[in-house]
Unconditional design. Structure first.
Length: 193
């Protein structure tokens, strides 16, 4: 049988227990920022949002983020460069999709524009080609029309324009058809042209 513990007048209740002095807001903010940056690079806005969510006063958050920026730990341009390289390599995203992601992360539009100008049409074409090539095997047993639609859908979800998608898919399927000797497999189905 359980006995209930009684609290007498000399013992504070658990909710009223002395928890020591209140934590310094600057220390709390630094700890939050360092913890977030340990997991992965973050934009300044992501860190500001995390601090606000944890109740850090705005003036303290601004001061801490300013200091972290001065020492190079918070740098939206470096974050955006790394983000673009990573996401384009791993997911094959287009410039348009990368711009949307960076803006959602609070990166300044000017930085986004500067970073994305480093991706030329050939680089974007190569990323789309690599993506279609990876997805090609999964479509081998589909009809030509279904295959085209599936591959166009893959590229559209990654932010590629219909023109780029049609060009890339046509080139990849032509190369596949030439290798297999089936030239009809690369033709654009009439419902898509």
């Amino acid at each position: 049988m359980r006995q209930r513990r009684r609290t007498g007048p000399e013992e504070p209740s658990p909710g009223e227990a002395d928890r020591g002095p209140a934590a310094d807001p600057k220390s709390v903010a630094r700890t939050i920022v360092l913890t977030k940056l340990t997991a992965r690079a973050r934009s300044r806005q992501e860190l500001a949002d995390a601090l606000a969510q944890r109740g850090v006063p705005d003036d303290v958050a601004t001061a801490v983020l300013q200091r972290f920026g001065e020492v190079g730990l918070v740098d939206d341009a470096a974050f955006a460069r790394a983000w673009v390289e990573s996401r384009q390599a791993s997911r094959g995203l287009s410039r348009r999709a990368l711009a949307v992601e960076l803006r959602r992360k609070g990166v300044d539009a000017e930085i986004v524009t500067d970073i994305l100008t480093s991706i030329d049409d050939e680089t974007e074409y190569a990323a789309a080609t690599a993506l279609v090539t990876r997805k090609l095997r999964a479509t081998r047993h589909a009809s030509p029309q279904a295959r085209w639609r599936q591959l166009v859908g893959v590229l559209a979800r990654r932010g590629y324009s219909p023109g780029v998608a049609m060009r890339v898919i046509g080139d990849v399927l032509k190369a596949e058809a030439a290798a297999s000797g089936d030239e009809d497999a690369a033709e654009v189905p009439s419902s898509l042209s």
